[in-house]
Write a protein that binds this ligand. Structure first.
Ligand code: ADP
Ligand code: MG
Length: 322
């Protein structure tokens, strides 16, 4: 079969449990990431993107709790992994690059040691020389001279530190790299540079990527498919190329209007009127209906289900599609 799914997410539900309340941050979402595919998660801040990313890596921590659904990786049930299996899964099969990753490097330890420790933990049979060689190879891969391996984190620029984190994420040849706002703290030129480099590496090694960024333009360029989230739910999944040209959900259209075009004349950005609902006071029916300029009465009362959208070959959840 072509395009087997590497990751299958089914009805994933994640809650944040408070003393007297429960906030359902992710409400039964389903999507696949295929082998070698870059899948993006878009949506305004607070819609649940990071919560999904953490759940995929089995990094959900209290007060967060996965309360429903499944995550399958190569057909295996990730949520049922033993401690030992989980250790191999994390970094060995799935690795993570966060926005703050570059600050996660320990400032008092040379970078080489931090990379090498990670390799040794997962490849205990490798000798010292081989581990060192692998670390040097990873440095070269992300465009940093291996001569700088023994430098300390503060001796590198922010962009270089983020490259080092990417090198660490790639060192064990994972099948999936989760990048949650990986370059947000960097300037635009460095951002693009790093993303292009990850594109090259992806083409060479064939790993899959789950990419989260608020930069819709960058996401469209880098990703094959994009899932658009709103208030904890997926409202549309579509090829990246149709997110701007054939958006099927009113929220996808609104997102598209609120981001600056890469080319052409400057236009006034509309933004999206209003704010996403609080998880403790969700509207009835479609969660986007109070902000939707196209809403009709049924939108306020009935929850729209994700359904195939022949125009894009994807799916969207909107009553107007019928
Ligand atoms: P995004 O990454 O799309 O900005 P998040 O996944 O971080 O969104 O957050 C989704 C929702 O879950 C938000 O309403 C946020 O306030 C809530 N949330 C996230 N982390 C926690 C936490 N540790 N405790 C309580 N609520 C949280
Ligand atoms: Mg986030």
């Amino acid at each position: 079969m072509s395009d087997p799914a590497l990751v299958e997410v089914r009805d994933l539900t994640v809650d944040y449990v408070g003393d007297n309340s429960v906030a359902r941050a992710v409400n039964g979402i389903s999507f696949d990431i295929k082998a070698g595919e870059a899948f993006g998660l878009a949506g305004e801040s607070g819609c649940g993107k990071s919560t999904v990313a953490f759940a995929l890596a089995r990094l959900t921590r209290m007060p967060g709790l996965v309360t429903g659904g499944e995550v399958r990786f190569n057909g295996e049930n990730v949520l049922a992994f033993s401690k030992d299996r989980l250790r191999r899964y994390r970094w060995g099969e799935v690795s993570f690059v966060f926005q703050s990753a570059m600050n996660a490097l320990n400032p008092v330890i040379p970078v080489s040691e931090q990379i090498e420790d990670g390799i040794v933990a997962h490849r205990p049979h490798l000798g010292r020389e081989a581990v060192r060689a692998r670390a040097a190879e990873m440095f070269e891969l992300v465009g940093i001279s291996p001569r700088r391996l023994d430098d300390y984190p503060h001796q590198f620029s922010g962009g270089m530190r983020q490259r080092i984190c990417i090198a660490m994420a790639l060192a064990l040849e994972p099948k999936l790299i989760i990048m949650d706002e990986p370059t947000t703290a960097l300037d635009v030129v460095v951002q693009r540079d790093i993303i292009e480099q990850i594109c090259d590496l992806k083409a060479r090694f064939g790993f899959s990527v789950l990419f989260i960024t608020h930069d819709l333009g960058l996401m469209i360029e880098f990703c094959d498919r994009i899932g658009v989230m709103y208030a904890g739910e997926l409202v549309e999944v579509a090829p990246a190329s149709s997110i701007l040209t054939a958006p099927q959900h009113p929220y996808t259209r609104a997102l598209g209007r609120s981001f600056p075009p890469l080319t052409g004349p400057r236009v006034r950005l509309e933004g999206i009127e209003g704010t996403p609902p609080s998880l403790s006071a969700l509207p009835g029916g479609c969660r986007f209906s109070p902000r939707c300029g196209e809403a009709i009465p049924i939108c306020m009362t009935r929850v729209p289900l994700l359904q195939p959208t022949p125009v894009t070959g994807g799916q969207a959840a909107c009553h107007l599609l019928k």
